[in-house]
Design a protein around this ligand. Structure first.
Ligand SMILES: *[C@@H]1O[C@H](CO)[C@@H](O)[C@H](O)[C@H]1NC(C)=O
Ligand SMILES: *[C@@H]1O[C@H](CO)[C@@H](O)[C@H](O)[C@H]1NC(C)=O
Ligand SMILES: *[C@@H]1O[C@H](CO)[C@@H](O)[C@H](O)[C@H]1NC(C)=O
Ligand SMILES: *[C@@H]1O[C@H](CO)[C@@H](O)[C@H](O)[C@H]1NC(C)=O
Length: 307
């Protein structure tokens, strides 16, 4: 987290148009439950017990009280992974037999190497994913290494549980890696749903458009208020001065923008549905430079920080 905080701390308030009032479209109660479920699975990717080397075969662990939807389900870790290089990518692949899910969850920024990955914000060519696509070098390198390691295990899990739904999820850096993993898995023929929480942009406009239109499952890109992380690359790459340092970054559609505060539970009416690549009606149009909303999505994203 340290390196990211340093980067964001250095950025002054960035100029942009004042956002117009958000259009209200209700998020249904079943969708709210899915947001809660995958927020909990994502938070659990912090827990050492889920990726400590002997986690396979155990239920998904989460700090007592923080993850009721995981607790009440019949879960089993298929593979915990850690230190995948480059990027020090960490997380787990698990079954949720109650909901018939295969969940691939990526941890956010914890280690220094994770922080350096975040800061490798030049482009790399991503034409192997889609025509005209350029990707964030750090996220692309980390996701490529992770998927080289994980793909055969995922393929096997999908083949053995053909009536299960594959879901890829992550918070922050983990959300960026989840997004690129989802692109790659869909390109390889998988159908899956993607849930990200406070994920930074992963690439240029062509890439954001590709993610938006790819199909083979739904994308749920959650943001929270003025959270700096999902908007910083978009904004700096359009800033009158900083665009010299940061190439063009875009954000995919749709966005589910949480408008309630930090530390309070999120209701259906607190989440605004925002359609359109780079739509500034939600998080991208907010002015405040703050990391406070980043640690709270459907709940506290820092559970298990030490365990
Ligand atoms: C590793 O995780 C497993 C499953 O959660 C747990 O039973 C075990 O005690 C953990 N081992 C260590 C050394 O933390
Ligand atoms: C995945 O990475 C781990 C740890 O680096 C390594 O032991 C394992 O052999 C790798 N598996 C594959 C399929 O690449
Ligand atoms: C989230 O959890 C962390 C670690 O348990 C704690 O330090 C922090 O205060 C919590 N944040 C909120 C907003 O409750
Ligand atoms: C941005 O999102 C708002 C709210 O969903 C919508 O009313 C508006 O048409 C969108 N703008 C564009 C350019 O897609």
């Amino acid at each position: 987290m340290v390196s990211l905080r340093v980067l964001f701390g250095l950025l002054p308030a960035l100029g942009a148009a004042v956002p117009s009032a958000a259009l209200r479209r209700d998020v249904s109660s079943p969708l709210l439950e899915e947001f809660n479920r995958f927020s909990q699975y994502t938070a659990a990717s912090n827990c050492l017990a889920n990726h400590n080397g002997s986690s396979a075969g155990s239920p998904v662990y989460c700090d007592a009280g923080f993850c009721p939807l995981i607790k009440e389900a019949d879960t089993e870790i298929i593979k915990g992974f850690w230190g995948l290089s480059p990027g020090d990518t960490t997380g787990y692949l698990a079954l949720d037999r109650t909901q018939k899910l295969i969940v691939l969850a990526f941890r956010g920024t914890v280690s220094d190497e994770n922080g350096w990955t975040d800061l490798m914000l030049g482009y790399t060519d991503a034409a192997t994913a889609c025509d005209g696509c350029k990707a964030h070098k750090g996220f692309w390198g980390a996701s490529t290494a992770a998927m080289d390691n994980l793909t055969s295990t995922i393929d096997t899990a999908v083949a053995q549980n053909s009536d299960y739904k594959l879901v890829v999820t992550g918070h922050s850096l983990g959300g960026a890696i989840a997004t690129l993993a989802a692109v790659r898995l869909r390109n390889a023929g998988h159908t899956l749903d993607l849930y990200t929480f406070g994920a930074p942009s992963v690439g240029n406009l062509a890439f954001a458009q590709y993610i938006t239109d790819q199909g083979s499952g739904n994308n749920y890109r959650l943001t929270h208020g003025p959270d700096e992380v999902p908007k910083v690359l978009y904004k700096t790459s359009r800033h009158w001065l900083f665009h010299i340092l940061v190439p063009e970054y875009s954000q995919s559609s749709p966005e589910y923008w949480i408008t309630s505060g930090v530390g309070v539970s999120v209701a259906e009416s607190d989440i605004k549905f925002i359609e359109g690549v780079n739509n500034e009606t939600g998080n991208l149009g907010t002015q405040e430079v703050t990391m406070a909303p980043h640690g709270w999505y459907m709940g506290n994203m820092s559970v298990c920080a030490q365990t």
